[in-house]
Design a protein around this ligand. Structure first.
Ligand code: NAI
Ligand code: MG
Length: 336
């Protein structure tokens, strides 16, 4: 039995976590779900968006599946997603993008996995005004050897374990010579230890063009925080968008799997939410737990439903059904 902290979160979070836990339970996953609160709902109810009990549960069980959390714009609390990543040093943000059957997209045959450094770069929140009049702002980017070695090694190890052939390191070392230059140098060093894996590096602007022109050429991608944030959404867009792509945040001794889309307040409570993104995240969690065959069984059921039971699918991907009909169609295949 695996203990997993389940954070339904806000908006459509309850609906999609209910769907995902039902599908995993039906498939026979041996998971003991420990439900915890976080987000706007927790803030309203308990006066804090990230209750101590939730942190304690993640600390104890080291693995969480998390729905979307509403972050207030402007005043209010800081992003809980960022807080959780920092608290548990979840330095790898992993976002696969793989073409799906029967999903409207101009791209076919895409199968890439993007590793984004999750703790440094320009996202450390060190910004300040240079002048009193606030007409001149500065922001600091941090890249360290230690964190770069960790994320780049994680990408190579993943490629090795999963039989992936090539790593593309993305940087802007021609302009940001020290920060992304260091990242590139470390990539070249680490590549020496993996002679069986092809290594290439591309400058980020060229990368953006290449990903749109010929995304099939990419296999595993590794990059710094800001570039990874942007390119991972681009990658999602190649295969149907944020509603159908999952994500993992992995550190040395904890991992959090999450939907990349938000809490979708416009459709919350209506039973229309598409659980696919969180479901793919949950499959990454099963693989992390060593349950690869179970993950494959569920993935194959999802593909069959997309291919042969499109009517039962949610409307955002061209179906005529809702969260329940889609969930039931997958569960029915898993029971057969
Ligand atoms: P959003 O992703 O919630 O919604 C954008 C559009 O996509 C909406 O029309 C929504 O209905 C649709 N959509 C999103 N997920 C869907 C799903 N699973 N099935 C069907 N349709 C779906 O982005 P938005 O509106 O910018 O943000 C809403 C709230 O979510 C904000 O408070 C934001 O801070 C938060 N958010 C949280 C994230 C997280 O917890 N990882 C990530 C992004 C936003
Ligand atoms: Mg993003």
């Amino acid at each position: 039995m695996h203990n997993v902290v389940l954070i339904p979160g806000d908006g459509i979070g309850k609906e999609i976590t209910k769907s995902v836990t039902k599908i995993l339970d039906t498939a026979g996953a041996k998971i003991n779900w420990i439900e915890c609160k976080a987000g706007e709902g927790a803030n309203d109810e308990l006066g804090t968006p990230l209750p101590e009990e939730t942190i304690a549960a993640v600390k104890e069980h080291r693995i969480a599946l998390k729905g979307p959390l509403t972050t207030p714009v402007g005043a209010g609390f800081r992003s809980i997603n960022v807080a959780l990543r920092q608290q548990f040093n979840l330095y790898s943000n992993i976002r696969p993008a793989r073409s799906l059957p029967n999903i409207d997209s101009p791209f076919q045959g895409v199968d890439l996995v993007l590793f984004r450094e999750n703790t440094q770069g320009l996202y450390i929140g060190k910004e300040h005004w240079v002048d009193k009049e606030e007409t001149h702002a500065e922001s600091i980017a941090v890249v360290t050897r230690e964190a770069s070695e960790k994320i780049i090694t994680a990408a190579f190890e993943y490629a090795k374990k999963r039989g992936r052939k090539k790593i593309t390191l993305v940087h802007k070392a021609n302009i940001l010579k020290l920060t992304t230059g260091l990242f590139l140098e470390i990539g070249k060093e680490i590549a020496q230890n993996y002679p069986e894996i092809e290594f290439e590096d591309l400058i980020v602007d060229n990368m953006a063009m290449q990903m749109v022109m010929r995304p099939q050429q990419f296999d595993v991608i590794v990059t710094t925080n800001l570039f990874g944030d942007i390119l991972s959404d681009l990658a999602s867009g190649l295969v149907g968008g944020l509603g159908v792509t999952g994500a993992a945040n992995i550190g040395d001794d904890a991992a959090m799997f999450e939907a990349v889309h938000g809490s979708a307040p416009d459709i919350a409570g209506k039973g229309l939410a598409n659980p696919t993104a969180l479901l793919f995240s949950a499959l990454m969690m099963l693989e992390y737990l060593g349950e690869d065959r179970l993950a494959e069984k569920i993935r194959s059921a999802i593909y069959t439903v997309l291919q042969e039971h499109k009517k039962e699918c949610t409307q955002d991907i061209g179906g005529e059904g809702n969260t329940e009909s889609y969930t039931e169609a997958i569960c029915k295949l898993l029971r057969d």
